[in-house]
Design a protein around this ligand. Structure first.
Ligand SMILES: *Cc1c(COP(=O)(O)O)cnc(C)c1O
Length: 570
């Protein structure tokens, strides 16, 4: 069995156990594992109060609250319990179970860990309250619960995984447990896979060694801690812990491999480019369209290459229906009235500095001039920012300010910000837009996935050449690139001015004229987006690569060991 560890996991829109792309990717990955009958168990955390719920005042200030939900409705408690010594306390951990069902009925258990148990003191009961919120010591406890607690919970259930997949370094403490149990660095390494998602080394989780030792000294001999850590003096950095102890280290796109190779100098990385679950992210209208014309696409994302052969009228009809769903949401949630004929740009994702969510609004007068000259523009923004991210908050505020200014100057542009972004809103926005905008600072978008979801619904990406898009983009054929196309080795950062000028130029001279004056050509790009992108950038292909490139050696080894003792499966 493969144990897949992740700090956040987005499975059901009613379970706020995620914050963004990492959790959504985990959910898609598990669905593909289940569809493909891969023996996996997932370990994640039961965030009782979620991440944040978002409300925004009229002048653009984000107010955030907890995300209240009822785990009882979605998860089953289990009687599995373990305890780990954490500092002076013993912390009890239990797991709630969720089953991800595959298309052919195969079941993958997901164990949501929690310390919210009567046996624990009030403070430790709160360890699983909020995702990514709390001080450094709280986060350290959370990561110990995920890594070590998760390892012990699996052991308590008599699982004996041959692969531990550390999906982003939050769970890297499980290496400590493996070391304690195996006592052999080579055996340990052979069982560990680490996927890195963060292209900025300053963002790696790092703790004072003193704090780690005082938390773990009753769990493990401190000599062992020294023997497997010890990169930085007096610090424990989880990404380095993972990279030094994993046989396979993986980046999430080809470009990200080059970026990570620079950070982890001297280590060899592989890459498996991220993908999306093709069935999960299709709008209801596109599901119907594809089921009508492409039999079997539910099981075989590769078949979507045939979308080019669907008649334009039918294809356009599905898009119009998706667009009218979006407009209905916009018109009911905001005071602005969208119209179906108008060119609509979607831009929804976490709000944070490197994503540059407000870049397109940097020169409002230029945008007004473009709309006056070419045709109406509607824009839908959405996304939460972390409560402590002041830059993120100012980005949201600037979107509100620019919208107000622009809409007071012209009737030809309508801009809305949809509050409290989640997966359901994501589908509405990405399938109902005419163009999906993505403007991260290059090369900081490790992969990105929202543009793939848009492409699945026939909505072309207009994106900076970074992450997955650098592999997928054929400019003017299946979408459009923004700014210069860098070489793989070029790690320079993009310039706001250069990218912005290209956004305005392409909108004014290429994209808007094509949409308004030559829609058949536009539809061709929409269809080509589906048929050239989805056959590769899907999570079935991604997990198939995990199996062949990352898991297979350990799988075979386990199989051989089992055969020796008369068990003929893995
Ligand atoms: C897909 C998705 C993301 C990731 O978006 P990127 O633009 O790739 O960063 C974030 N949040 C939600 C809810 C998503 O569905």
């Amino acid at each position: 069995m493969i144990a897949y560890f992740v700090m956040e996991c987005a499975i059901d829109n009613n379970m706020p156990t995620y914050s963004g792309g990492l959790g959504v990717l985990a959910g898609d990955t598990l669905q593909s594992f289940a569809d493909l009958d891969v023996p996996v168990s997932c370990v994640t955390m039961l965030w009782k109060n979620g991440f944040i719920s978002q409300k925004i005042s009229e002048d653009g200030v984000q107010f955030d609250g907890i995300q209240d939900w009822d785990p009882d409705k979605y998860l089953k408690p289990t009687d599995i319990k373990t305890k780990i010594p954490l500092g002076d306390d013993d912390v009890f951990i239990t797991a709630w179970k969720y089953i991800v069902k595959g298309i052919n009925g195969y079941e993958i258990p997901v164990y949501f860990l929690t310390t919210d148990l009567e046996e624990n003191n009030a403070e430790d009961r709160k360890i699983c309250d909020r995702l990514y919120i709390g001080n450094n010591i709280m986060r350290l406890k959370q990561e110990i619960v995920l890594g070590i607690g998760g390892y012990e919970i699996l052991k308590a259930m008599n699982y004996d995984p041959y692969i531990y997949h550390i999906n982003e370094s939050h769970s890297a403490f499980l290496i400590t447990s493996l070391m304690k149990n195996l006592g052999d660095i080579n055996k340990l390494r052979a069982q560990v896979v680490f996927t890195t998602h963060t292209p900025i080394s300053e963002a790696f989780d790092s703790y004072n060694m003193q704090d780690v030792v005082s938390m773990l000294n009753r769990y493990i001999n401190t000599d062992i801690i020294d023997s497997i850590y010890g990169k930085e003096e007096n610090k424990l950095n989880l990404s380095w812990l993972a990279i030094e102890n994993a046989k396979n280290v993986v980046a999430v796109s080809r470009k990200h491999k080059y970026v990570s190779q620079k950070i982890f100098e001297g280590y060899k990385l592989k890459y498996v480019t991220n993908g999306i679950h093709h069935f999960k992210w299709a709008s209801a209208h596109h599901k119907m369209l594809y089921s009508k014309y492409i039999k079997g696409w539910e099981e075989e994302p590769y078949l979507l290459s045939r979308v080019v052969s669907i008649h334009d009228n039918e294809f356009i009809k599905a898009h119009e229906l998706a667009k009218s769903d979006l407009i209905e949401m916009v018109n009911s949630e905001t005071g602005v009235s969208f119209t179906p004929e108008s060119f609509t740009i979607g831009m929804a994702k976490r709000v944070t500095q490197y994503k540059r969510n407000n870049l397109i609004l940097h020169n409002p007068d230029k945008l007004i001039e473009i709309a006056e000259k070419t045709g109406d523009i509607q824009m839908v923004f959405a996304g939460k920012t972390h409560p402590l991210d002041n830059i993120g908050k100012s980005i949201i505020q600037s979107i509100y300010d620019a919208s107000r200014y622009i809409m007071s100057k012209t009737k030809k542009i309508r801009i809305v910000f949809i509050e409290n972004f989640d997966m359901q809103k994501e589908i509405l926005i990405l399938a109902g837009s005419d163009l999906w905008l993505n403007t991260p600072t290059r090369p900081l978008e490790a992969s990105g996935t929202s543009g793939i979801k848009a492409s699945l619904n026939g909505v072309p990406s207009f994106s900076v050449y970074d992450g997955w898009w650098l592999e997928a983009c054929n400019n003017g054929v299946n979408g459009w690139g923004i700014g210069p196309r860098p070489s793989w080795e070029d790690l320079t950062h993009s310039s706001d001015e250069e990218d912005l000028a290209d956004i305005y130029d392409k909108l004014k001279y290429i994209i808007l004229p094509m949409f308004y004056d030559s829609y058949t050509d536009y539809v061709k790009i929409m269809k080509t987006a589906v048929s050239t992108i989805i056959p590769y950038f899907n999570s079935h292909r991604m997990v198939s690569e995990y199996i062949t490139d990352l898991y297979l050696t350990a799988m075979i080894q386990r199989y051989q060991e089992n055969c020796r003792i008369g068990i003929y499966n893995i």
